[in-house]
Design a protein around this ligand. Sequence first.
Ligand code: HEM
Length: 491
Amino acid sequence: MNYTNLIHNLQSSNFKRSNISAETTPPHITPARPPKDKIWGSLSGHILQLKKDRLNFLYDSMLSYGEVIEMWVGPKKTYVITCPDMLEEILKQKAKNFPKNTPGYKKVSDVIGDGVFTEVGEKWKQIRKIVNPFFNPKNFDFYTQVVNHKAQDVIAQIEELPDKEQVPISRLINTFTLKVLGESMFGQDFGPHQDRIEKEFASLVDLTEKKLTQLDIPLNPLQWWENKKFNSSLNAIDELIQEIIDSSKSNQKKNFVSAFLKSELYADIAKSSKKEANQFLIAQIKTMVFAGHETTANVLSWITNFLCVEQEHQTKIRDDLTKLRQTYPENTFELATKSFPSQDILWRSMYEFASESMRMRPPAWSFGRIAIEDDNIKGLDIKSGETVTISPYLCHHDPKRWDSPLKFDPSRFRPEAEKRLHPLSYFPFGAGPRICIGKQLAWMEIMGLMYHLFSKYQLKFARGQSPLEMSPQISLRPASDLYISVKKIPD
Ligand code: HEM
């Protein structure tokens, strides 16, 4: 039994979920219109409120105005929709009429280029075909080994620290996810580039965030200066990616770079322009590091944070891990993932805890779609060119779907409770044809690091460390680094 079966089985209830939001939708929906900024609203719409505190403004609007809201970003209208049935139609059944090329995604592509994350239509299909084999379950045994080794490296790094009371866990996690990505996708753990990638990609995420909240004003000297800074940071990142490409070319193992170099798509672009073909290649690499690194690192930091708060859950997870080790005394993580589903019960508490952490803090907390043609979604008229804002964070905290949504409670993901969830009331990895391609790898990283960390140590916040605050940017980052104190559990 391979890893896909593991996650598939843990989530099997998701596939059988009944649609509980059976309330009848009115034949015609008029969206709620929250008031705009009193002074500048007629020009800027809701942009000042969004800029001030995007997440809480959206959240309060959902609580006050319901599941279909009209908002204005400058002169552009967007519908903020949290109704699961409507989202299901937009992301799944009518995905073709609602592609990703929103103004927001265009700004993301200004930073990472046009890769599998941002492309649309035929070109997206072609790129996804090249990328898909890397996420084929037949690779998962190898990825399990990679995750296992890199998680053991984290433990070794902690063991070497002189002060176990101040472990910089979020930084160790960041390095861990980058190493796993490097080894599994690029056949190398980025070796000498590791530190620079971490630094440059953190700034890349900042840049993307800046781009997203920037209102383009022509001939604005401040904006001209910002753009100049932006371009020079982007050049630094592209040079770094070029180095990765060059070192991957000499790597004999099948890797992401060689897959693109061998593709017909690359050959076609190279026929007309070598420079364009290289830009295309850079965009593909940037996309994969961008999409696959920070999201997983954020989830792992949030999980560790919640475990430090919820000490009794730590004990429960540890008891399950002890049983897992008794069942597989050697190579526990690798064998236990393979022998699933017969031992699924042993993983359940970890799965429920991680799922609840992703409900509370979904890294991809908000994204969008744009209508190509006029459409009607369960009574709401959406005109061609209008956008829809979809926020897993809002949906995961909607009091209509969740009891006490601000309370951390992993029992929401017990098998029977999970069956009752609407698939579009919980979707940290998105939904429909553009669902996260790295979902299985991300789960493997989560389980792998949790397994090694929590079976070895009792975790607490370090002295002076408070529970993490949210910093909602392009991803839902923790607002600061996380420091923990670890105490070894006797064997
Ligand atoms: C816990 C970690 C992760 C979370 C929460 C997450 C979340 C998401 C979400 C919500 C989307 C869909 C966005 C949309 O529909 O607009 C997405 C897409 C994507 N993710 Fe992830 N992701 C994670 C990890 C990863 C990893 C590890 C990789 C790669 C190694 C990855 C690669 C991608 C790619 C390439 C796409 C675009 C797929 C397409 O449009 O065809 N992600 N992710």
